[in-house]
Design a protein around this ligand. Structure first.
Ligand code: DX5
Ligand code: ZN
Length: 218
């Protein structure tokens, strides 16, 4: 498989020092930066939008992995692409036209992702795999950092890994929510190859140590 990617989630960073926080994870071994965009409608919390993304884009060379927890998403895809997203992930539950959303993201020249809430089956992506570069398996209910990892999602990760392999395409499978050094091994074992982690990185005094602790054999 592809080498494991660690993507710190900015949601758990100190928002008063965002640029410094991004620089700190960048020099501490982060592979991607995960940015959680929340609208207070699709999820019960509001985070930040494309303006913040644009400001950070000038200060970081990390790939920006943008997780849109907004509905509708389609009217904003171009804005996030222009602001500096490298990957744009929409929720399967966020609208009736997932196929169209993914086509739009690819048309903007970005890698396209689909996120699945805990109650959404793997089948939700079965007929769009030809358009998908990234699948985000939510292992908490989206909206907040610092929640407990849902073990119930492990069989879904394994099922999605089988589907991705059968597709013959290179598809990254992300796990998002409650990832720390205790939960990461099971997620990797099930087939995840991108670990998104907020509290277990930004909540620790030494980000390099926290990132290294998520990798197998550490
Ligand atoms: C939750 C977000 C996650 C969140 C993860 O809605 O999608 O990316 O930041 O935070 P932790 O790692 O603290 O569970
Ligand atoms: Zn996320």
């Amino acid at each position: 498989g592809s080498p494991l990617v660690i993507a710190p989630s900015l949601l758990a960073a100190d928002f008063g020092r965002l640029a410094d926080e991004v620089a700190a994870v960048e020099r501490s071994g982060a592979d991607w930066l995960h940015l959680d965009v929340m609208d207070g409608h699709f999820v019960p919390n509001i985070s930040f939008g494309a303006l913040v993304l644009r400001a950070l884009r000038k200060r970081s060379n990390l790939p920006f992995d943008v997780h849109l927890m907004i509905a509708p998403a389609d009217p904003y895809l171009a804005e996030f692409a222009e602001a500096g997203a490298d990957h744009i992930t929409v929720h399967a539950e966020a609208g009736p036209h997932l196929h169209r959303s993914l086509q739009t993201i690819r048309g903007l020249g970005k890698r396209a992702g689909v996120a699945l809430n805990p109650a959404t089956p793997a089948d939700a992506v079965a007929h769009v795999l030809d358009l998908v570069d990234i699948i985000n398996v939510m292992t908490v209910n989206p909206g907040f950092g610092g929640q407990r990892f849902l073990d119930s999602q492990l069989p879904k990760i394994a099922e999605l890994r089988r589907m991705a392999t059968a597709s013959g395409r290179e598809i990254r499978i992300e796990v998002d929510g409650g990832i720390d050094k205790a939960t990461a091994p099971a997620a990797i074992e099930a087939g995840a190859d991108v670990l998104i982690a907020g509290s277990s990185i930004f909540g620790k005094p030494d980000y390099a140590v926290a990132i290294a602790a998520l990798k197998p054999g550490s």
